[in-house]
Design a protein around this ligand. Structure first.
Ligand code: DPP
Ligand code: ZN
Length: 883
C-alpha cells in the first residue's frame, strides 16, 4: 500500500455539492443509487474525476443522464472526460452487507443494518470523493422490508415515509431523510432494523425544542436511561461553557453490538457500541457508567468540534479528536463537582495517558499528534492523536487562561464554521484571540507539539542560597529520538508550580503573595529565581499534570512525603505517593533484589487509608500501586516477569501490613440504600473493593478462609455489578479456590447478557499470572462456546486483555504467548482488519524487551509480516515494528 504523506495534500479536482442517496436494503445485496451534483474545482489543474470505491459491484455510471466511458484503476473509478460545466453524476452499485465482517461501510448486526464511515468506510457503500474536505448536502432514501426493518434512520430530519406501492416492492416501506448541513462523507449514517427508542423532548436555553432519541434492541430499553441523562447533561454543558447549542430538531443515538470503536459522531445520528451506551445497576459497573457519560458527551460535542468544523485531511484528525477529548474531560470534571472529585477525574485521565500514550510514544508506532504519513488511516486513531492531543489543547488553556481559551474557541467558530480546516487554523484562532499571551508570543515553538513525536524529558534542579534567601530552579528538557525523527527542538512546557516549606506550608512566590504560578519553558535550559525564600523549600512542579512530559525532579523520599501530606494540589499529592512506590519498585528491579517496602512507606499508605478528610475515591487511587505498563516505561530494558513479581510482592506486603486497616476500611465504606453511580458512592465502592481484594490476597498468603468466604457471600448477594464484579475479581485475582464456583455462577446468571459475558472473559484474561495458569485458561477460553472473533467486544475481551493488558501472562520464556498472538492476529485479519491491527500493536515495544523475549517477539512479528495477504492495516503495524 502506498504511503500517504501530509505534505502531498492537494485540493480535489472536483467538488460534490449535493448527494441524493437511495438504499434498497437487503442483507445479501443492497442496491445503492447515488445522484450527485458535481463541479470542477477551478483552483487546481484540470484533471480526471477519480472516485474511491472498495468491494463494490458497479452497475452503471451516467453523466447528465447519459452513459459515459470510465475505467477502474485499483480502488478508483476514473472518468477522464468529465464536463467542465457543473454536471449530474449518477452511479448505481450493489454491496453485500451480511458478508461485511470488517464492520466498515454498510453491514448487518443482529439482523439490523448499520453503517460506519469514518474514516474511509463510505467508499465501501458507493463510489465517491471519500475525503473530509469534500462536503455535501445529503438526502437519503431508505427502502426495506417493513416487518424486518420497521425503523429506518439517516442523518438530519425526516421528510417523508410510507409504504411502497409499486409491484415488486410488496411488504416494503420507505423513509426519506434530509440533512441541511453540508458534511463530509465520513459523517453519513444509515440504520434500519427492529429497534425501539427512549424519547425525551427538551428545550434549550436558546428556547428551541428538540427531540432526543436513544434507539436499541427490544429488551434493552431500561438500560438507556443513563445515556439519555448523559446526553441532556452534555447539551446543557456545551451551551453553558462554550455557548454551543444543538443545531438540529432531532438528535438520535443508536446502539449496536458489533462495532469496532466506542462510538461515532455521525451528524444527528450517533452510533454507539452497546458497551458505551447500555447500563443498568445490575449489569454495569461504576466505571461503565462514567465511561458511558463521557462517550455520550464526546460524540455529542463532536457536533461542533468535528462536524460543524471538520478536518481538511486525516492528518488533522487531532483537530477534532484532541479537542473533543479535552472537552469531554472538562465535562466529566464539571459533572464530578467537588475539587477532590475533579482531581480524581484528572488522575484517571493521566493514568490512562501514561499507560497507553507514553508507551506508544516510545515504541515502534511513535508518531506526532499530527502524523506525517500513513498507509492506513485507521491505524492512527491512537492514544497520541486522542489523549496527547487533548493534553495539547489543555496546554492552550493553561497558557491563555480559561476565559482566553473560550474567546479562542469563539473566534475559531466565527472563522471556520462550515469549513474543513487544519490544526494550524485552530492554533491561529486561539492565539489571535489572545494577543500578547504566553501562547501568542511563542506560537511557532508551541506548534512543535503537533510535529514532534516522543515524550519530552524535563529535569528540574533546585538550589537554595541561604545567604541571598533565593531559590533557583534550573530546568533542562530533551525529547528522545523516535522513528524517523532524530533531532528534536525544545517544546513549550507550561509548568504549574508552587513551593512548600518543610512543614508543608505554601510559600509566597512573588511580591503579590501568589502561592502558585505557571513557569513557561521554551528552551533546552532555563532558570527561574524566587526571592525571599528563607529555607530549603520542597518544589511542587507540574501541578495537575500541566504538560504531557516525564519530570525528573530528584526529590528525596522525605520531600515526596511532604508533598503527599500537604500539597494543595491533589494531583501532586497522588503523584508523590505513586513516586514513593515507584522508587521502591524500580530500586528493587535495578538491583535485582526482592522488593521490600519500608516502614516509612507503609506508614504513609496507612495514613492515607485512615485519613479523616480524604475522599474514598482519592484514597483508592493513592493506594493503588503503579501499573506494570507504567513501570515498564521507566526502564530501558523490560523484563515483564520481574516487574510482575515486584508488583505482586508490593501488593502482598501492603495487604499484610495494613490488614486491620483494610478490614476497617471495608466495613466503613458499605453503602445502605439504592444504587447511584455518583462520585461519592462510586468512590466508596471502589475503596471497599480494593480493601476486599487486599484482604482476600492476604488470606491466600496466610491460609485464612474468612475473607474469601466473605467475598463469595458478597459476590452472591451483591445488588449491583460494581460490588459483584469487585468481589469476583478479589477471588479470581488472588487465585482463591472459591474463584471457580463464583465464575461458574456468574456465567450462569448472565449468560444472556453479552456485555456482562465480555466482562467474564476479560476478568479471567487479565488475572495476575501465576505459573502459566492464566495463559492456559485464555487458550482454553478461545474454545468456549460463547467465544467468537467476529464480535469485536468479545474478541478484545480475551485477545487484548491477554496480549495488551496482562504482560506477565503474555511474555513467556517459551514464546507461547507470541505464537498465540501471531495465530490470532492472522485469524482476525481475515475477518476484521481494523480489529486485527489493534491486537497486532501488542508488540509495539518488543525492542525494549529483555532476552529471551526480545528475539522471540521479533521472530513472531517477522512470521506475521511474511504472510503475503495481510491487510494494509496489519501490514503497516508489523512493518513499522520491524523497521
Ligand atoms: N470519531 C470517533 C470518535 O472518536 C471515532 N471514530 O468519537
Ligand atoms: Zn472522537
Amino acid at each position: 500500500a502506498p504511503l500517504i504523506q501530509r505534505l502531498d495534500y492537494q485540493q480535489p479536482a472536483f467538488w460534490i455539492r449535493k448527494v441524493d442517496l437511495t438504499f434498497d436494503l437487503d442483507p445479501a445485496k443492497t442496491l445503492v443509487t447515488s445522484k450527485m451534483q458535481v463541479e470542477r474545482n477551478r483552483s487546481v489543474p484540470h484533471g480526471p474525476l477519480r472516485l474511491h470505491g472498495e468491494e463494490l459491484n458497479l452497475l452503471r455510471v451516467l453523466i447528465d443522464g447519459s452513459s459515459v466511458s470510465f475505467r477502474q484503476e485499483g480502488n478508483e473509478l476514473v472518468i477522464d472526460n468529465a464536463p467542465d460545466a457543473d454536471f449530474a453524476l449518477e452511479i448505481r452499485n450493489t454491496t453485500c452487507p451480511e458478508k461485511n465482517t470488517a464492520l466498515s461501510g454498510l453491514y448487518t448486526s443482529g439482523g439490523s443494518f448499520f453503517t460506519q464511515c469514518e474514516a474511509e468506510g463510505f467508499r465501501r457503500i458507493t463510489y465517491f470523493l471519500d475525503r473530509p474536505d469534500v462536503m455535501a448536502v445529503y438526502t437519503v432514501t431508505l427502502r426495506a422490508d417493513a416487518t424486518k426493518y420497521p425503523v429506518l434512520l439517516a442523518n438530519g430530519n425526516l421528510v417523508s415515509s410510507g409504504t411502497l406501492e409499486e409491484p415488486g416492492n410488496k411488504g416494503r416501506h420507505f423513509a426519506v431523510w434530509s440533512d441541511p448541513f453540508p458534511k463530509p462523507s465520513y459523517l453519513l449514517a444509515v440504520v434500519a432494523g427492529d429497534l425501539v427508542a427512549r424519547e425525551q423532548r427538551v428545550r434549550t436555553r436558546a428556547g428551541k425544542d428538540h427531540l432526543l432519541q436513544v434507539y436499541v434492541r427490544r429488551g434493552d430499553l431500561e438500560k438507556t436511561e443513563h445515556a439519555m441523562n448523559s446526553l441532556i447533561a452534555s447539551m446543557v454543558w456545551d451551551e453553558a461553557r462554550f455557548q454551543l447549542p444543538l443545531d438540529l430538531e432531532r438528535f438520535m443515538v443508536v446502539g449496536v453490538s458489533d462495532f469496532n470503536m466506542g462510538a461515532m459522531e455521525n451528524k444527528g445520528l450517533n452510533i454507539f457500541n452497546t458497551s458505551a451506551l447500555l447500563a443498568s445497576p445490575a449489569t454495569a459497573t461504576d466505571a461503565d457508567f462514567a465511561r458511558i457519560e463521557s462517550i455520550v458527551a464526546h460524540e455529542y460535542f463532536h457536533n461542533w468540534t468535528g462536524n460543524r468544523v471538520t478536518c481538511r485531511d486525516w492528518f488533522q484528525l487531532s483537530l477534532k479528536e484532541g479537542l473533543t477529548v479535552f472537552r469531554d474531560q472538562e465535562f466529566s470534571m464539571d459533572m464530578a463537582g467537588t475539587t477532590s472529585a475533579r482531581a480524581v477525574c484528572r488522575i484517571q485521565d493521566v493514568r490512562q495517558l501514561r499507560a497507553m500514550q507514553f508507551p506508544e510514544d516510545s515504541g515502534a508506532m511513535a508518531h506526532p499528534v499530527r502524523p506525517d504519513s500513513y498507509s492506513e488511516i485507521n491505524n492512527f486513531y491512537t492514544a497520541t492523536v486522542y489523549e496527547k492531543g487533548a493534553e495539547v489543547v489543555r496546554m492552550y488553556q493553561t497558557l491563555v487562561g480559561r476565559k482566553g481559551f473560550e474567546a479562542g474557541m469563539k473566534l475559531y467558530f466565527e472563522r471556520h464554521d462550515g469549513q474543513a480546516v487544519t490544526c494550524d487554523d485552530f492554533a491561529a484562532a486561539i492565539a489571535d484571540a489572545n494577543p500578547g499571551s504566553a501562547l501568542a508570543t511563542r506560537l511557532d515553538a508551541f506548534k512543535r507539539w503537533y510535529s514532534q513525536a516522543g515524550t519530552p524529558r524535563v529535569t528540574a534542579f533546585g538550589e537554595h542560597d541561604a545567604a541571598a534567601r533565593t531559590y533557583t530552579l534550573r530546568f533542562t528538557q530533551q525529547t528522545p529520538a523516535t522513528p524517523g525523527q532524530t533531532d528534536k527542538q525544545p517544546q513549550v512546557v507550561p509548568v504549574v508550580m508552587g513551593l512548600l516549606d518543610r512543614h508543608g506550608t505554601a510559600l509566597a512566590l512573588n511580591a503579590n503573595g501568589d502561592t502558585e504560578q505557571v513557569l513557561v519553558l521554551d528552551q533546552a535550559e532555563q532558570t527561574f529565581v524566587f526571592e525571599n525564600i528563607d529555607s530549603e523549600p520542597v518544589p511542587s512542579l507540574l501541578r495537575g499534570f500541566s504538560a504531557p512530559v516525564v519530570l525528573h525532579d530528584g526529590l528525596s523520599d522525605a520531600a515526596l512525603l511532604v508533598l503527599m501530606r500537604h500539597d494543595s494540589d491533589p494531583f501532586n499529592r497522588w503523584e508523590a505517593g505513586q513516586r514513593l512506590a515507584l522508587n521502591r519498585i524500580l530500586h528493587a528491579l535495578r538491583a535485582g533484589q526482592p522488593l521490600v517496602l519500608s516502614p516509612v512507606f507503609i506508614d504513609a499508605m496507612r495514613g492515607v487509608l485512615n485519613h479523616p478528610e480524604l475522599d474514598p475515591a482519592f484514597k483508592e487511587l493513592a493506594l493503588t500501586l503503579p501499573g506494570e505498563a507504567y513501570i515498564a516505561e521507566q526502564l530501558d530494558v523490560v523484563d515483564p516477569q520481574a516487574i510482575h513479581a515486584a508488583v505482586i510482592a508490593a501488593q502482598t506486603q501492603l495487604a499484610s501490613a495494613l490488614r486491620d486497616d483494610w478490614a476497617a476500611a471495608f466495613e466503613a465504606h458499605q453503602i445502605q440504600g439504592g444504587y447511584t453511580p455518583d462520585p461519592v458512592s462510586s468512590g466508596k465502592r471502589a475503596l471497599a473493593n480494593l480493601a476486599l481484594s487486599m484482604l482476600v490476597l492476604d488470606a491466600q498468603a496466610t491460609g485464612d478462609t474468612v475473607w474469601p468466604g466473605k467475598a463469595y457471600q458478597r459476590f452472591k448477594d451483591a445488588s449491583n455489578m460494581t460490588d459483584r464484579l469487585g468481589a469476583l475479581a478479589a477471588l479470581v485475582n488472588a487465585g482463591a479456590e472459591l474463584a471457580a464456583p463464583a465464575l461458574e455462577r456468574f456465567h450462569a446468571l448472565f449468560k444472556d447478557d453479552a456485555l456482562v459475558i465480555d466482562k467474564w472473559f476479560a476478568l479471567q484474561a487479565r488475572a495476575p499470572e501465576s505459573e502459566g495458569r492464566v495463559f492456559a485458561r485464555v487458550k482454553a477460553l478461545t474454545k468456549h462456546a460463547d467465544f467468537t472473533l467476529k464480535n469485536p467486544n468479545r474478541a478484545r475481551s480475551l485477545l487484548a486483555s491477554l496480549c495488551m493488558f496482562n504482560p506477565a501472562a503474555f511474555h513467556r520464556t517459551d514464546a507461547a504467548g507470541y505464537v498465540f498472538w501471531a495465530e490470532q492476529v492472522l485469524a482476525v485479519d481475515a475477518i476484521n482488519p481494523q480489529l486485527a491491527s489493534r491486537v497486532a500493536r501488542a508488540m509495539d515495544r518488543w525492542a525494549q524487551l529483555a532476552e529471551p523475549y526480545r528475539s522471540a517477539a521479533r521472530e513472531a512479528i517477522a512470521r506475521v509480516a511474511a504472510k503475503s495477504d495481510l491487510s494494509t492495516d496489519v501490514r503497516e503495524i508489523v512493518e513499522r515494528a520491524l523497521a
